[in-house]
Write a protein that binds this ligand. Structure first.
Ligand SMILES: *[C@@H]1O[C@H](CO)[C@@H](O)[C@H](O)[C@H]1NC(C)=O
Ligand SMILES: *[C@@H]1O[C@H](CO)[C@@H](O)[C@H](O)[C@H]1NC(C)=O
Ligand SMILES: *[C@@H]1O[C@H](CO)[C@@H](O)[C@H](O)[C@H]1NC(C)=O
Ligand SMILES: *[C@@H]1O[C@H](CO)[C@@H](O)[C@H](O)[C@H]1NC(C)=O
Ligand SMILES: *[C@@H]1O[C@H](CO)[C@@H](O)[C@H](O)[C@H]1NC(C)=O
Ligand SMILES: *[C@@H]1O[C@H](CO)[C@@H](O)[C@H](O)[C@H]1NC(C)=O
Ligand SMILES: *[C@@H]1O[C@H](CO)[C@@H](O)[C@H](O)[C@H]1NC(C)=O
Ligand SMILES: *[C@@H]1O[C@H](CO)[C@@H](O)[C@H](O)[C@H]1NC(C)=O
Ligand SMILES: *[C@@H]1O[C@H](CO)[C@@H](O)[C@H](O)[C@H]1NC(C)=O
Ligand SMILES: *[C@@H]1O[C@H](CO)[C@@H](O)[C@H](O)[C@H]1NC(C)=O
Length: 484
């Protein structure tokens, strides 16, 4: 009888949990005014594995005539990423325009590619949207190495007075173009660009502000749930953004400490409930005991020759930090001070109140080759104000490339010498090793410095086995010497 009751109780609890997540899923904080999901090369409507409905683009009202194109069913080499819309593609032998009827305002445009299809390695093409050149002589096959079967490129566009958005795809000479899917979803006004005319964002290292006017488009390069787990498009607040784990971007061995606490999140008018999923705010990475001896650092490969918008999300969730000047830290972007006295409680007003901060940084193309560079983000405690805890935190981040003065966002195809870009990819499943690291990191927090050292050891092994690139490996060895 007792066990039966217990089971019943567990069952009810599960039911409660399920129903609460179910209502959360059906009632996201933001409902987009426009949302189009187009499955290119498909004649029928279909549902992707996350339950979203995609319209086939054959005879679609958005693609007036598909007579100059052909379609193909792709065979994917990666079973985890092989679902809709990656299983069918439309192939273009001449320029082609999709026209979407949209309301004015900011939108995300997402382009879906599966270049891991026989013969697609020879495809080079350009894509424009409105007045912006998004991709020029682009190879989806070369974009990642090895090629992804589920490559997603995301753009922020501001649709002005016209009630439509044209997306034109144009093959390079003697080549062809292909597309697997297109998504357009509206974004709340005033969220990514806060002023409808010109937004003034601190320009890091130059003691001035950068003007983002309402003609500027972005490309999303990174969107991370720092210290937390992958969040799928359907787990977002209604904009269908994907949030990735941050540990692949941590520089060196100093991983810091992961903290997760389910405090109720109190949204504000500056940081509304659609800004980020709750889990972004309830998980964080801090520096741990050895904070004074290192910088908590992330590295992000970016194209030289562009400005970048860096948005950092913060929320104090730890019990011990409730007052101003308890946790004060410095934020460096590309080794320049972006923030001398970062104090999340002072910014937000209290525990569980989220806040985000924007910075623009210029990545100069010093050799004129438009090659990849690392964008550095680093944090270090600032004890000069008498701050109680020598520590720093970060909950989430986004990095966007801003179009250049020609209106273009296009980079170069990576060559073999350039550094490897960590992908903005659609398949998050990395499995056990991550979970293991999380557990170790949390244990490290409980038993202190010695455990942290063993985390360093584990990380060194992990990095070496992956052999990502020599720069990171050298850094790992260096850091270890410092800690010993
Ligand atoms: C989000 O905030 C808005 C405005 O404060 C409110 O009307 C809405 O109910 C909230 N949605 C959720 C899911 O919390
Ligand atoms: C596909 O769905 C759209 C609405 O999303 C509908 O207008 C269209 O008729 C459907 N097409 C087919 C072939 O079922
Ligand atoms: C792929 O390329 C091979 C040889 O270049 C050709 O025989 C074949 O028809 C091509 N397949 C498709 C689907 O274009
Ligand atoms: C397109 O890129 C490829 C590889 O980067 C290059 O070989 C080719 O010359 C480029 N074509 C044009 C038209 O720029
Ligand atoms: C864009 O900004 C200009 C001035 O910088 C302003 O006149 C115009 O109304 C703005 N357009 C929109 C659609 O907000
Ligand atoms: C935006 O672009 C349009 C034409 O493309 C131009 O007339 C307008 O002045 C631009 N607005 C700003 C704020 O640069
Ligand atoms: C930042 O400093 C490190 C050395 O501390 C250096 O290796 C790196 O190239 C610098 N990064 C930038 C973007 O200047
Ligand atoms: C942290 O980064 C800043 C800016 O690059 C640098 O000046 C400082 O020496 C670094 N501190 C440590 C402990 O590495
Ligand atoms: C982006 O391109 C538009 C023209 O399409 C231009 O008005 C705007 O100033 C550019 N933005 C930046 C940051 O250069
Ligand atoms: C390390 O942190 C733990 C709690 O997280 C604390 O009990 C311990 O005293 C700290 N050790 C040092 C050397 O600061």
């Amino acid at each position: 009888m007792f066990t039966l009751n217990l089971h019943l109780y567990t069952f009810l609890l599960l039911l409660l949990l399920l129903s609460s997540t179910a209502t959360a899923a059906t009632q996201p904080p933001y409902t987009p005014t426009d949302h189009f999901l187009l499955n290119c090369g498909s004649t029928t409507n279909s549902t992707s594995s996350d339950g979203r409905n995609w319209d086939g683009d054959t005879h679609s009202k958005f693609s007036p005539s598909t007579t100059t194109t052909t379609t193909t069913t792709t065979t994917s080499t990666n079973p985890s990423g092989a679902g809709v819309p990656f299983t069918t593609a439309r192939i273009f032998h001449s320029p082609f325009t999709y026209t979407f009827p949209v309301s004015p305002g900011p939108k995300f445009l997402r382009l879906y590619f599966n270049p891991a299809t026989p013969n697609f390695s020879t495809s080079f093409f350009s894509v424009t949207a409105g007045q912006h050149s998004l991709l020029t002589n682009f190879s989806a096959f070369l974009a990642e190495s090895p090629p992804l079967s589920n490559l997603v490129k995301e753009y922020f566009l501001n649709v002005k007075n016209t009630p439509k958005l044209d997306v034109t795809i144009c093959p390079s000479p003697n080549s062809f173009a292909f597309l697997n899917g297109i998504e357009i979803v509206s974004i709340p006004e005033g969220f990514y660009v806060r002023n409808e005319n010109v937004d003034h964002i601190p320009l890091v290292g130059q003691n001035t502000f950068f003007e983002i006017d309402n003609n500027t488009s972005f490309e999303t390069l990174y969107r991370l749930n720092v210290g937390g787990n992958y969040v799928p498009a359907t787990g977002d607040t209604g904009m269908f953004r994907e949030w990735y784990q941050d540990d692949d971007y941590i520089y060196g061995a100093a991983l810091g400490l992961l903290v997760h606490r389910n405090v109720p999140i109190e949204y504000t008018s500056e940081t509304p409930n659609y800004s980020a999923p709750e889990t972004v705010y309830t998980t964080t990475r801090t520096m741990g005991n050895l904070s004074l001896f290192y910088n908590l650092t992330w590295l992000f490969p970016v194209d030289a020759g562009f400005y970048y918008l860096v948005r950092l999300y913060f929320c104090e969730i730890q019990l011990e930090v409730t007052k101003e000047n308890q946790r004060m830290f410095r934020i460096f972007i590309n080794n320049q001070t972006a923030e001398e006295e970062a104090d999340v409680i002072a910014w937000s007003g209290g525990t569980g109140i989220p806040v985000f901060k924007d910075y623009v940084v210029q990545v100069v193309d010093t050799d004129g080759r438009r090659s990849k560079r690392y964008l550095w983000l680093a944090m270090h405690p600032n004890l000069e104000t008498g701050s109680q805890y020598g520590n720093a935190i970060l909950n989430g981040l986004e990095i966007f490339k801003l179009n250049n003065s020609d209106g273009s966002l296009a980079g170069r195809n990576p060559d073999s010498q350039s550094i490897k870009p960590p992908p903005y990819r659609a398949s998050p499943e990395k499995g056990k090793s991550k979970a293991f690291l999380v557990i170790v990191a949390v244990t490290g927090g409980v038993i202190g410095g010695i455990a942290l050292l063993s985390i360093l050891g584990i990380l060194v092994l992990r990095r070496r086995r992956r052999g990502k690139n020599s720069k990171v490996k050298q850094a790992v060895q260096l850091d270890l010497q410092v800690f010993r």
